[in-house]
Design a protein around this ligand. Structure first.
Ligand SMILES: Nc1ncnc2c1ncn2[C@@H]1O[C@H](COP(=O)(O)OP(=O)(O)OP(=O)(O)O)[C@@H](O)[C@H]1O
Length: 355
């Protein structure tokens, strides 16, 4: 099922929560609606679901206008942040609920329902606890059951509103990997709401980045991360250093670092560099930004260095553990930094180049 969101606007009284939203979602895609709290993600999801009416605009499923249809008529599976499992039913009964509620003419036989539930239990890897009640499950297990229940009736679209929002960090991380695999198997067009950049980057085929009721950028995780098209996108996705720079006579200057650019007009610019897109050495190098290490944070395969720099307060750099061992960086060391990919904004236009 493809989904086309056309020119959607939504106002609550005087407040406009969504402005001119246009999105095309492909068949089988797993799309993340990403943004800060209050940016309009849930409102948009609810409009797609038919749980909320738009003030203007259209929603098309497979080119068919469903704007006037109710949630039931749209044939959608839902999973919400707070598990809505039936407490008095076992895991199996929760999963089969939608199948058993179908009108008799469309209902599968008991045997077929049992077989289907068995398949779904395998898919969510909870075959061994099918007889348990929701109270006897962990939060992560409950969300897996909620997912199985949502897809049991084979909806054409699966909508997930912060499905892992109430879980702790470790379980969340496991479940997002699991969701990726799960989606590969079922391949239903899915949209999930999240405010967590890492979750969106790791799980989604496509990210819709929202800010204050508007779309900032749409793209694959790689496109949005590597080629942010706005100041907001650059800052919101992943860690980013903001450095003061200026352009004069076709050269960009950031402290002792300079680089030829195509602009000839003089201007102050904010330069963006991701922590892993900086070279760092203790040996002085020409054409670099100088600073002093004020913190070393070793976690797993990468090491984070926080470097004090007079103009830019502190710069975060991420290096491999191997380099850290080799160069033996310690607090107080003077270091020289060279960006190898940077972006800057000039009069609202993004300029990007590799060095
Ligand atoms: N029924 C309503 N009446 C009035 N204002 C509303 C209503 N529902 C949402 N809003 C407002 O619309 C804006 C968008 O809300 P929405 O719930 O879509 O945000 P969100 O991005 O999902 O946030 P969160 O991540 O906190 O759930 C918010 O400013 C919210 O206060």
């Amino acid at each position: 099922m493809t989904i086309h969101i056309k020119q959607i606007n939504k106002s609550f009284g005087q407040f406009q929560a969504l402005h001119d939203i246009n999105v095309d979602i492909k068949e089988g895609e797993l799309t993340a609606l990403l943004g800060q709290s209050g940016c309009g993600k849930t409102t948009l999801l609810r409009i797609i679901a038919g749980l909320e009416t738009a003030s203007s605009g259209q929603i098309l499923f497979d080119q068919q206008d469903v704007t006037g249809l109710s949630a039931q008529q749209r044939d959608i599976g839902f999973v919400f942040q707070h598990y809505a499992l039936f407490r008095h039913m076992t895991v199996s009964d929760n999963i089969s609920f939608g199948l058993r509620m179908k009108p008799k003419s469309q209902r599968l036989s008991n045997q077929e329902i049992q077989a289907k539930v068995k398949n779904l239990l395998e898919l969510i890897q909870l075959e061994h606890i099918e007889k348990r009640y929701p109270d006897q499950l962990s939060g992560g297990q409950r969300q897996r059951v909620a997912l199985a229940r949502a897809i049991a009736t084979e909806p054409k679209v699966l909508l997930l509103d912060e499905p892992f929002g109430a879980l702790d960090a470790k379980v969340r991380k496991d479940l997002r990997r699991w969701l990726r695999e799960f989606h590969k198997e079922i391949h239903v067009t899915s949209i999930f709401v999240t405010h967590d950049q890492d979750e969106a980057l790791e799980v989604a085929d496509k990210i819709i980045l929202m800010n204050e009721g508007k779309i900032e950028q749409i793209g694959t995780p790689e496109q949005v991360y590597k080629h942010p098209q706005s100041y907001f996108a650059a800052q919101f996705l992943g860690d980013m250093n903001l450095l003061d720079g200026y352009i004069h006579q076709g050269m960009l200057y950031v402290d002792g670092f300079q680089q030829k650019v195509t602009q000839t007009t003089s201007a102050h610019v904010v330069v963006y560099v991701r922590p892993h897109e900086m070279e760092v050495t203790k040996a002085p190098v020409k054409n670099s930004i100088k600073g002093k290490i004020i913190r070393v944070h070793t976690t797993g395969p990468t090491v984070q260095l926080e470097v004090h720099h007079i103009k830019n307060d502190s710069i975060e750099i991420s290096i491999s553990y191997a380099q850290f061992e080799r160069e033996k960086f310690t607090v107080g060391d003077e270091v020289y930094m060279q960006p190898h990919l940077l972006n800057y904004f000039l009069q609202d236009e993004l300029v990007e180049f590799m060095i």
